[in-house]
Design a protein around this ligand. Structure first.
Ligand SMILES: C[S@@+](CC[C@H](N)C(=O)[O-])C[C@H]1O[C@@H](n2cnc3c(N)ncnc32)[C@H](O)[C@@H]1O
Length: 191
């Protein structure tokens, strides 16, 4: 899928903006997922690492993969991880529905503010199922389907029912939503 926003410097600045922490703090995700310290996490659509960097920093015994379709994003994340001395963070330049990692790699997959950018999410959901160990958890956090002053307009946001159906179709179970963020839907499913 084409990423029409690409590596626009204003976009990079937005993704790195500390203001995001006020309403989308990554710690809230780990409080729900409760990862074991030595777990493996894959961040799909990692961008410059808004989720991956704090995860790798907080869980130094873990393995974190930051995956994105844009070489520029992956490059910036790799540089930042090296500067911070995060040897447990690896970057992967992925194809739109394909990550070059083995089956059953991860305990957790996170997708932050990616879902609304996917034209056809189903193939990526199936790829996530392949990448997760049996019993592993996918966490999709995306703009809520509501007029809340932050979410994109109708048509560019994903209804909860659609997200749930896509996870079910890909074979995920125990699907739950978590009332954690004011402006985001937070949904988990178990592989
Ligand atoms: C809005 S940004 C969010 C980045 C990061 N998760 C965050 O919260 O800061 C969406 C990212 O997903 C990437 N992306 C878009 N389509 C993708 C796809 N099909 N597979 C993987 N990444 C994708 C974009 O290149 C971009 O870096």
């Amino acid at each position: 899928m084409a990423d029409t926003l690409g590596m626009d410097p204003a976009r990079i600045e937005r993704l790195r903006s500390p203001e995001r922490l006020e309403y989308f703090h990554p710690d809230r995700i780990w409080e729900v997922l409760k990862p074991a310290p030595d777990c493996t996490l894959i961040d799909i659509g990692s961008g410059v690492g808004f989720l991956t960097l704090p995860f790798a920093d907080r869980y130094p015994q873990s393995k974190a993969y930051g995956c994105d379709i844009l070489e520029g994003m992956v490059g910036l994340l790799r540089e930042d991880a090296a500067e911070r001395g995060l040897g447990n963070l690896e970057t992967v330049l992925m194809q739109p529905n394909s990550v070059n990692l083995p089956d059953d790699t991860a305990d957790f997959i996170v997708m932050g503010q990616l879902h609304h950018e996917l034209d056809v999410p189903e193939p990526l959901m199936s790829e996530c199922k392949r990448l997760l160990k049996p019993g592993g958890t996918i966490a999709i956090i995306d703009w809520a389907d509501a007029d809340n002053g932050k979410s994109p307009p109708v048509g560019r946001r994903v209804p909860v029912a659609d997200m749930q159906a896509q996870l079910e179709d890909a074979g995920f179970g125990d699907i739950q939503t978590h009332d954690v963020y004011e402006f985001h839907t937070f949904m988990t499913g178990v592989a």
